[in-house]
Design a protein around this ligand. Structure first.
Ligand SMILES: Nc1ncnc2c1ncn2[C@@H]1O[C@H](COP(=O)(O)OP(=O)(O)OP(=O)(O)O)[C@@H](O)[C@H]1O
Ligand SMILES: [Mg+2]
Length: 366
């Protein structure tokens, strides 16, 4: 496992990585990657700051070369996808294979795996993820009208992503993956693109070579058709937008509600989404179609109850927000908003009816 990539690369001062970049400090981690801020050491780069992305291995699985290779494929995929999509996503700046003495790979080929640890440098995005902002400030993390406008912009980005003969799904849309500038000087941008799925004739295609990518997504933000690995299209992202609205305006993570429902065991055991995906005894399994529909129906009812008690937001019609999000998370995709642009129209209509209110002052939110 990489414990401290900063130490690893500093030791190798003659490597191309270490002569070009200096690791400054830790930035953030998700499920598969760990991020550090780095500074460019090249004379003409003026100490330009960027992000170093490294793989976070599960130490229980480093004996499994397929596991290691599939995570590496995921990092490479991220690099390729970023090259395709800038400027709303970070730009890939550099890609190195470093000798990582801290990796504890075992078995045949371990030496080679250790010597070829891939690391990616990408641009540092302005702002903080909506997840971080909720952690820092609670929910909603910004005035309701600002949030509605941000979400409308996210819908615009999703539409761009879905469009074209070779469209993509975001697939893993969640507050961790949306980076927003609290000062509103930069447009929202996105991370998590190693999860993107390709659309073929409007329907998501599984990539047999994608390894860990082919597991069903974690329940909560995932639409039922994704949970049962059924025919999925761009409306999976509309579903996630409904979850995001719920999460931002109630402060309750739909993944936590989902976990509570699954803990009751009614929908069978579907494995664990904690830690890394490949733990063989607990890797996530798809639900049946019927289970996924019933599960998402129950989750939606739970969200509806939470909305009645906990929906917050100054100066907006909370009834409209509730209706909007409950429509977006309908289990049957035909019952949802049919596109991000349809949801965006609804967000903008709600915004036009909202009245500006000083923020934060929960006392007047009645
Ligand atoms: N280029 C960047 N600029 C600023 N922050 C970033 C950048 N890349 C990642 N981050 C931070 O790291 C967090 C996790 O990023 P990311 O989702 O890419 O990793 P992950 O969750 O391990 O991967 P995955 O979602 O593919 O499993 C983000 O929420 C964000 O806070
Ligand atoms: Mg992530």
């Amino acid at each position: 496992m990489i414990l401290n990539i900063g130490d690893v690369v500093r030791e190798r001062s003659s490597s191309p990585f270490a002569s070009a970049w200096r690791v400054e400090g830790y930035l953030a981690s998700g499920r598969h990657f760990r991020h550090y801020t780095v500074r460019n050491l090249m004379p003409d780069m003026d100490g330009h700051r960027a992000v170093l992305k490294v793989i976070k291995y599960d130490p229980r699985l480093t004996h499994d070369a397929d596991y290691v290779r599939s995570l590496r494929a995921r990092l490479r995929r991220e690099c390729e996808t970023l090259a395709h999509f800038s400027p709303r996503l970070p730009e890939p700046l550099d890609y190195f294979e470093i000798d990582n003495a801290q990796d504890q790979f075992e078995g045949f080929g371990a030496e080679q795996l250790r010597a070829q640890e891939p690391v990616l440098i990408q641009t540092l995005l302005h702002g903080a993820s909506l997840a971080q902002q909720m952690e820092d400030r609670g929910a909603p993390p910004a005035p309701a009208d600002t949030l509605l406008l941000t979400l409308a912009k996210v819908c615009g980005f999703l539409d761009e992503l879905h469009a074209g003969g070779r469209g993509w799904l975001f697939w893993a849309l969640s507050p961790e993956h949306i980076i927003v500038d609290p000062h509103q000087e930069h447009e929202p941008s996105f991370v998590g693109c190693s999860n993107f799925r390709m659309l073929s004739h409007g329907v998501v295609v599984d990539d047999p070579a994608a390894g860990v990518l082919n597991h069903p997504p974690e329940p909560g933000y995932a639409a039922p058709e994704a949970l049962c690995r059924g025919r999925s299209d761009h409306r999976v992202d509309v579903y996630a937008m409904g979850c995001l609205l719920f999460h931002l305006f109630t402060g309750t993570d739909p993944r936590d509600l989902a976990e509570d429902i699954l803990a009751r065991g009614q929908y069978g055991a579907h494995g664990s989404w904690d830690g890394d995906f490949e733990a063989s005894d607990a890797s996530p399994q798809p639900m049946s179609h019927g289970q996924a529909q019933a599960f998402c129906e129950e989750l939606r009812s739970s969200m509806e109850r939470f909305c009645r008690r906990n929906l917050k937001g100054l100066g907006i019609s909370r009834a409209r927000v509730r209706r909007m999000l409950l429509k977006a998370v309908r289990p049957d995709p035909d019952d949802r908003f049919q596109s991000p642009l349809e949801l965006r129209d609804s967000l903008l209509a709600t915004l036009s009816r909202s009245r500006p209110v000083a923020w934060p002052d929960p006392a007047i939110d009645s």
